[in-house]
Ligand binder design. Structure first.
Ligand SMILES: Cc1cc2nc3c(=O)[nH]c(=O)nc-3n(C[C@H](O)[C@H](O)[C@H](O)COP(=O)(O)OP(=O)(O)OC[C@H]3O[C@@H](n4cnc5c(N)ncnc54)[C@H](O)[C@@H]3O)c2cc1C
Length: 339
């Protein structure tokens, strides 16, 4: 972060930012001669920062607006990103911010609350006031994990209450692990799937169906994987300075040092709705393989478009979108010249 300048208006730019040579009164810092950025990226997680790096290196004027709440913030370390395995999530983002600002991209600590417009003329309204103009928009706003509403769950989320064995399964290998079922929308099948996966990491896995009814098919498959099933509604996760287990409503207590849950994923897609993007039957934005949405000039990348994206694949999606956006701008400008 040594190259980073923090400004009181929430804008951060690097030491070599082209923005700083621009007269501030005439246009926003970082925006081009028209007063519009080539690209405004909403969301500065792995997807947004990765896109910003590619676009800034393509000498595009770029602003990243970020609300500062990346999804994996509760976790102490991030895993499965080759060359970054075990790094604190905030360190990855700090390194990304240093890189993008060094190429002249701007990071604005704020939230975009509204957006409208059309290609070459998008307006994105900032919560703190004012708005940014952009030729193209990339939405990389991530998703929210809606957790089971049980005492003890939220406080241990990302530590020993987990959802992703690829992120944290190795860290709880060979431990007594539980998986919480339940009737929350979309979570039932994923809870069983999680329980089927987890014997890869521990031979001591108990599935708590909780409020859901297990099919005979699932029961047989869980048994085949060596997963025990403990019927009964869970009353709470037992926690002191760490997770100790679960307590059922009939008073039984079961020791577990890690519990996996299947949150309901809610995309932070309000801006995509506002911008008129098409959504599929499951409620996820429709994109082409580059992240291009049905709204001209609007792309989506990372968890907002793909709930399965890990940090590395969210970063990859951001890079892919950035390359497509730059190509789109080049073609638009060439077409405008030849008519
Ligand atoms: C507890 C936990 C642990 C995890 N561990 C791992 C792991 O070890 N390895 C791994 O690969 N994956 C892990 N993941 C998954 C990982 O978090 C995601 O893959 C990754 O965060 C997706 O990146 P993203 O850029 O799409 O979204 P995010 O990282 O969530 O970034 C989105 C950003 O957009 C901002 N934003 C949202 N709306 C607005 C708005 N309107 N205006 C401005 N900014 C906005 C948010 O504040 C946020 O900073 C974990 C997830 C959780 C929940």
């Amino acid at each position: 972060m040594s190259q980073r300048n923090e400004r009181t208006d929430g804008h951060r730019t690097g030491g070599q930012s082209r923005a700083r040579a621009q007269p501030q009164a005439q246009r926003p810092p970082g925006a081009g001669m028209s007063g519009a950025y080539d690209v405004v990226i909403v969301g500065g997680g792995a997807a947004g920062l990765s896109a910003a790096l590619v676009l800034a290196r393509a000498r595009r004027t770029v602003a990243v607006v970020d609300g500062g709440a990346p999804r994996n913030a509760p976790a102490e370390h991030l895993h499965g990103f080759v060359s970054r395995d075990g790094m604190p999530p905030a360190d990855l983002l700090a390194a990304g911010v240093a890189e993008i600002t060094n190429y002249g991209a701007e990071l604005i600590d704020d939230v975009i609350v509204d957006a409208d417009g059309s290609p070459d003329d998008y307006a994105l309204r900032l919560r703190r006031g004012g708005s940014l103009r952009a030729r193209r928009v990339l939405i990389a706003t991530g998703l929210r994990d809606e957790l089971p509403d049980l005492p003890g769950v939220r406080g241990r989320w990302g530590r020993d209450v987990l959802h992703c064995p690829y992120c944290h399964g190795y860290e709880v290998r060979d431990q007594p692990i539980g998986v919480l079922g339940g009737r929350e929308a979309g979570a039932v099948a994923r809870a069983v799937h999680l329980a089927l996966l987890l014997p890869q990491w521990s031979q001591d896995v108990i599935f708590f169906p909780h409020t859901m009814t297990l099919s005979e098919h699932d029961r047989v498959r869980l048994d085949a994987r060596g997963v025990r099933v403990l019927e009964g509604e869970v009353a709470r996760f037992v926690v002191d300075d760490a997770l100790r287990g679960v307590e059922l409503t009939d008073g039984r207590a079961v020791r577990r040092t890690a519990m996996f849950v299947a949150p309901t994923f809610r995309a932070n897609d309000a801006l995509l709705v506002t911008l008129g993007c098409t959504f599929d039957d499951n409620g996820w934005v429709v994109t082409d393989p580059t992240g291009r949405t049905s709204a001209a000039g609007v792309w989506a990348a990372g968890n907002v478009a793909d709930p399965a994206a890990q940090v590395i694949s969210a970063a990859g999606a951001g890079s892919t979108a950035a390359i497509a956006i730059n190509g789109d701008l080049v073609l638009a400008d060439a077409t405008a010249r030849v008519g």
